[in-house]
Every structure is written in C-alpha cells, then in structure tokens.
Design a protein around this ligand. Structure first.
Ligand code: ZN
Length: 142
C-alpha cells in the first residue's frame, strides 16, 4: 500500500476512534483507576481497569481532549482488554518504542490499530497526547 493511502487510512481510523463511545464509560467493577492530565494540550483521561487475577478483565476510559489523545485511549482499551498484565505491559512498552521511533515494522505488529498513531512521532509535542492513556494504565504497576 502506498504510504499516502496508509496515512489516509490511519487518519480516518484516528477520527473514528476519537469519536467512538465503545470504550468510554464508568467501570463500576473497576479495581484500579488512574487519572492523568496533559497540561501542554489540555487533555485529561481517566482510565479504569478491572483486574481479575492477572487478567485485564475490562478497561474503559473517560475524558476530554484532542482527537489523538481520545483515539489513543480508545485503541488502548481495545488492545489491552482480555490480556494478562504482563502482556499488557509488553504492549505498553512497544507503544512507547513506537513513539520514540525505536521499533521495527515487524516488532510493531502486535500493536494493531495503535499503529495508526505512528505518525504522531513526527510531532514531538503531540507524543504526550498519544501516550497519556497508556501512562495512566501503566500506573497499575506502581
Ligand atoms: Zn492532545
């Protein structure tokens, strides 16, 4: 696929995910909840996680912000739901590497839709938007 076509596809996916309600909402059974703010853009995201043993049974988010931060939160919920905590941690690490540009195409595959955010790394000020929800989730390890 030509890279411009792929970019268009990624842009569409980001817009759709940023508007989607499928991963938004209050998780009453949450065992963990972390809220983070990105002052440089004004994004705020609350990530609620329901851990059952070491399985991420459910993860939802609430918040407001730019399309990148909201899309990234929604994509993250889809990706981490049903994973073990160690799988989730590996995916978070991969996503951070994607944002710093230290990831080969092959190694990036498990990120699925999160790859749509790969273009963000060209805009250093927006990387915080993209990583906000992931950083919030990562607090489960603290
Ligand atoms: Zn933002």
């Amino acid at each position: 696929m030509a890279s411009s076509k792929l970019e268009k596809l990624y842009r569409t996916l980001i817009i759709e995910e940023s508007r989607s309600e499928k991963n938004r909402g209050e998780l009453k059974e949450a065992t963990h909840a972390f809220e983070l703010l990105n002052p440089s853009c004004g994004d705020v995201v609350l990530v609620q996680i329901q851990l059952s043993g070491d399985i991420v049974q459910e993860v939802l988010f609430q918040g407001e912000g730019c399309a990148i931060s909201m899309a990234s939160a929604s994509i993250m919920c889809d990706l981490l739901r049903g994973k073990t905590l160690s799988e989730a941690n590996q995916l978070i690490e991969l996503f951070n590497k994607l944002m710093t540009g230290d990831l080969s195409k092959k190694d990036a595959k498990p990120l699925h839709d999160a790859l749509a955010l790969s273009g963000v790394r060209q805009f250093p000020t927006r990387i915080r938007c993209a990583t906000l929800a992931w950083k919030a989730f990562d607090k489960v390890n603290e």
